[in-house]
Design a protein around this ligand. Structure first.
Ligand code: ZN
Length: 191
C-alpha cells in the first residue's frame, strides 16, 4: 500500500469535507448535512449532499458517492496518489517518505512474482516431464544438490500450451498468498 491507513485517516481528519467541496460547489447547510447542486450531473434542484460526520458526499440524482479523496479524483480527474498528494499539500501534512511507498521501483510484489515463477520451473525439472533434462544434467556432472543450490529449472516443450498458463496460475495463486497485486503486468511479460 502506498499510503498507510493511518496517514489517510489523518489526512481526512485534517480537511473538513464540506470545506474542500465548497471550493467547487455552493453548499447550504441543511440539518446535519450540506446540500448543493451536483457537480457530476446536470440538475436544477439540489440532490448533492455532504455528510461531514460520516465524511462522505452522496448524490441522490446520479449516485455519485465518496470521501474527500474520491471527490478530488473525480472532480479534477486525478489518480488516487495525485489526489492524496494535493490534499496533503492543502492540509500541510508531510507525505510519507519515499521508502515507505511502493510503486516507484520493483517492490516486494515483483520479487514474489519472480520467486513464484522460478519455483514453478524448478518443479518442472523435478517432475516426470523434466526427466530428459535431469538425465542431460546428470550426464554433464550436475547433481541434484547443485541443481537445487543454483535453482535450475526446466521449461517443458509444451510450455506455450500448458506451461505458461500453469506458471500464470501458480504465480497468481502464490502471489495472492503473498499479498501481491498487479500481476497483470507480469502476465503480459510471460505471454
Ligand atoms: Zn449527481
Amino acid at each position: 500500500m502506498r499510503f498507510t491507513p493511518g496517514f489517510l485517516d489523518e489526512l481526512r481528519a485534517r480537511l473538513p469535507l464540506a470545506d474542500g467541496i465548497s471550493r467547487r460547489v455552493r453548499l447550504k447547510k441543511r440539518g446535519r448535512d450540506h446540500l448543493g447542486l451536483c457537480p457530476f450531473h446536470k440538475e436544477k434542484t439540489p440532490s448533492f449532499t455532504v455528510n461531514e460526520d460520516k465524511g462522505f458526499y452522496h448524490c441522490f440524482g446520479c449516485g455519485a458517492h465518496g470521501d474527500a479523496i474520491d471527490f478530488v479524483m473525480r472532480s479534477e480527474n486525478l489518480t488516487f496518489p495525485e489526489a492524496v498528494e494535493q490534499l496533503a499539500g492543502q492540509a500541510g501534512l508531510p507525505l510519507p517518505a519515499e521508502t515507505e511507498r511502493e510503486g516507484r521501483a520493483p517492490g516486494p510484489g515483483l520479487h514474489a512474482a519472480l520467486e513464484a515463477a522460478a519455483a514453478w520451473f524448478e518443479a518442472q525439472l523435478r517432475a516426470p516431464a523434466g526427466r530428459t533434462a535431469r538425465d542431460y544434467l546428470a550426464g554433464r556432472g550436475v547433481d541434484e544438490a547443485t541443481r537445487r543450490r543454483v535453482r535450475l529449472g526446466f521449461a517443458p516443450d509444451d510450455a506455450n500450451r500448458a506451461g505458461v498458463p500453469g506458471v500464470q496460475r501458480m504465480v497468481r495463486r502464490d502471489g495472492r498468498r503473498r499479498g501481491v497485486r498487479g500481476l497483470a503486468r507480469f502476465d503480459t511479460t510471460v505471454r
